[in-house]
Write a protein that binds this ligand. Structure first.
Ligand code: TRP
Length: 405
């Protein structure tokens, strides 16, 4: 018999494996790179291959997002089922979220939201966005009030990504948990033993019980009945969750219990991590401001950070560089361009020239600085136009009458 998805981690944790990826810690083996193939095997998700990308293009009649074309979103669970259903004319809804642990977002934080915005536009489906202010209050030692304040601040950055207010509901756990949502939490909690959460999340006897009780909060937005103002009478609606792969443990648990509660398992589409400026050894660190580009950075700061800190795969002398070319495997400017330079032909050109040593690191960094500055500038303008009234409007518990149009 096939093992429950959530059971895998229990066995893995006993095995010798220095790579750690869970919602709270991302670190590669011996300070190396995250091995994403191994992660797919370990978590038991599927690789998102070219045929699925092609299928998305066919079904949506638009070019696939750069994050799909370049393999940034590289893994999935049941994404095919979502596409099958969509092809039959059944819609679905999107669910993603953010733990508001800091005031300023870095570029890595924007990745899932930029992608979710594309999915919403391409498939024309409703979206719920969970702000887990409760989670960060419990994990980050923030006060309730400070977590709530950060949730609203982060909501502005999220709204600035361009979501359609007629199809999007943003909620904070502190404000929204209750009613149907809470009933689902209790049903989930009854299905999950203590041993099971220890297996999936690695909690110990020293962790406070808030942590143990949290996973149902992140689980139940996957069930349509948690949003009666949106999906009343639509218990059969499927849910697709775009997220970074470190969130997978929550959804392994959710997928285990879903059939027992009479819901479809949520489908997932999962991204790799946006690397730190210093190199691809994990996620960016919130504690080191020089490890990331923030959406609040000035043009000057972006220029300085890229020039000083972006790890280069270029050779250490021009002669050697011309001879051997850059090591693109470790080069951060190329990796960043891979995320954010939309023009396939230009990226290919840069990659080829740089790899052959005809282009120098300085030139590649120059282009990256342009791309990032434009992006951050655009975001800053968009965010500045988000008013408190708009935040209230996105977060109002209200029906969305034309959300499937
Ligand atoms: N736990 C996530 C974080 O810390 C926030 C989150 C809640 C989330 N629900 C989600 C992320 C669904 C992705 C998908 O950032």
């Amino acid at each position: 018999m096939e093992k429950a998805e959530s059971e895998r981690k229990v066995e893995e944790s006993v095995e010798e494996d220095d790579q750690v990826v869970n919602p709270w810690q991302v670190s590669a083996k011996d300070g190396g790179k995250i091995d994403y193939d191994k992660l797919i095997d370990k978590f038991g998700c599927q690789r998102l291959d070219q045929s699925l990308v092609d299928r998305v293009q066919r079904l949506t009649s638009r070019p696939p997002h750069v994050f799909l074309r370049r393999g940034v979103f590289f893994a999935h669970r049941d994404f095919e089922e979502i596409l099958n259903a969509y092809e039959r004319g059944e819609k679905f809804y999107l669910y993603t979220g953010r733990g508001p642990s800091s005031e300023a977002l870095h570029l890595g934080h924007l990745v899932p939201f930029m992608f979710t915005k594309y999915l919403q536009d391409a498939f024309k489906v409703p979206l719920v966005i969970q702000l887990t202010d409760d989670e960060k209050c419990m994990w980050k030692n923030l006060s309730v009030e400070e977590s709530q304040r950060l949730a609203r601040e982060n909501a502005k950055d999220i709204i600035a990504c361009g979501f359609d207010i007629s199809k999007t509901f943003i909620f904070s756990d502190f404000d929204y948990v209750g009613g149907a949502f809470y009933k689902n939490m209790v049903k989930v909690a009854k299905c999950v033993t203590y041993n099971k959460v220890v297996g999936i999340f690695g909690f110990t006897g020293e962790d406070h019980i808030g942590k143990v009780s949290f996973p149902p909060v992140q689980a139940v937005p996957s069930f349509p009945s948690s949003f009666p103002h949106l999906f009343s009478g639509k218990d059969d609606l499927r849910c697709l969750v775009p997220c970074a792969i470190d969130q997978d443990p929550y959804f392994r648990m959710t997928r285990d219990v879903a059939p027992r509660l009479g819901y479809h398992k949520p489908a997932l589409i999962e991204s790799s991590f946006f690397p730190a400026l210093q190199g691809e050894t994990g996620k960016m660190s919130a504690s080191d401001p020089n490890s990331a580009i923030y959406v609040t950075d000035s043009a000057k700061e972006i220029k300085n950070k890229v020039n000083r800190y972006a790890f280069s795969g270029g050779q250490d002398s021009i002669e050697k560089h011309r001879l051997y070319g850059a090591n693109l495997e470790v080069d951060i400017p190329i990796k960043y361009l891979n995320f954010f330079l939309d023009d396939d032909a230009e990226l290919e050109h840069i990659t080829k020239e740089y790899g052959a040593g005809r282009m120098l690191t300085g030139e590649v960094k120059q282009r990256l600085i342009q791309v990032l500055t434009e992006m951050v500038e655009r975001h800053r303008r968009a965010r500045a136009s988000v008013t408190d009234e708009m935040v209230d409007a996105f977060m109002a518990v209200r029906p969305l009458p034309n959300m499937f149009d």
